[in-house]
Design a protein around this ligand. Sequence first.
Ligand SMILES: NC(=O)c1ccc[n+]([C@@H]2O[C@H](COP(=O)([O-])OP(=O)(O)OC[C@H]3O[C@@H](n4cnc5c(N)ncnc54)[C@H](OP(=O)(O)O)[C@@H]3O)[C@@H](O)[C@H]2O)c1
Length: 318
Amino acid sequence: MSDRSNFGHDTTTDQVLEGIDLTEARALVTGATAGLGVETARTLAAHGAAVTLTARNMARGEEVAAHIRETTGNQAVDVMELELGSLASIRAFTDNYLAHHDSLNILVNNAGIMACSEGRTADGFELQFGTNHLGHFLMTNRLLPALLAGAPSRVVALSSRAHHMSPVDFDDLDFSRRGYNKWVAYGQSKTANILFAVALDARLRDRGVRVYAVHPGVIETELGRHMDEEDRALINARAEQIGNWTLKSTAAGAATSVYAATAPELEGQGGVYLEDCGVAPIENESTSHGVRAYALELSTAERLWEVSEQLVGESFSA
Ligand SMILES: NC(=O)c1ccc[n+]([C@@H]2O[C@H](COP(=O)([O-])OP(=O)(O)OC[C@H]3O[C@@H](n4cnc5c(N)ncnc54)[C@H](OP(=O)(O)O)[C@@H]3O)[C@@H](O)[C@H]2O)c1
């Protein structure tokens, strides 16, 4: 049996879930066709949960689901199409999900893109903010009936230590004034992920839905697909400067998501940011750990909620 008090950087998904029975749980993992999403879905299924994976490439999603069914023996694994860069796709997905499943206990908002060239979603939003934040904002809110029906339930928002790179700039969300910077845009979107966790938790905690933001660590996945040589040099220089930036395996990278989704130690807590399978402290200086205070401010989280509602053109009374 794992010693849960020793959980940390190298703890794996299966260690986090050792002794935890998820056979009564229904889970949904976005972006489960690569990297951390695949491992998150696999381990939840291995411990008994019924799992829905989302994919924008359905053939790839079906392949992953078949592999998970085969390796875990859990047949309750399905795939649904979702493109977070399109409000129409999100609405079609949530209608589809609610038509098939009336409750949800674990939602892992895992899908994401990083440091891509300047671009727009189908609805004209800056690509990283639109995909990483607005897409999950709309999707999660439209799934609230299922999350409330499944309570006690948890939502996990994949953020990143890259949130240190930028607060949300409400005066220039889409970089039309300051000039696009792909890292600042990624950082802003990952701060938005934390602020959404804070605001959603504040709204739902009295009804049994708790929300967590997570930094998974640094893991070699397809996330770096948009990085060029210059980016890699920058990342390596930063790693040297920080000193303790050891790469994690995928199983250790997905562990904090799974911890946030299931750990009994987190009962009674929410609206917090986790790293290395534990709640991280507020840190306004360190570049190696912790969460910036600006990412946890409730007033900022509420402001982002309002702006996000306006942008997606839908209000949520949650
Ligand atoms: N890896 C790290 O070191 C690290 C560090 C900090 C935070 N994170 C966060 O962890 C999460 C998972 O990252 P990862 O490393 O596993 O990345 P990954 O290997 O690139 O996987 C990302 C997943 O998101 C999906 N996705 C991307 N854009 C999408 C869109 N517009 N609509 C729907 N799905 C979309 C991808 O689908 P396709 O297969 O179709 O592309 C894929 O399934 C991200 O939110 C990332 O920001 C990762």
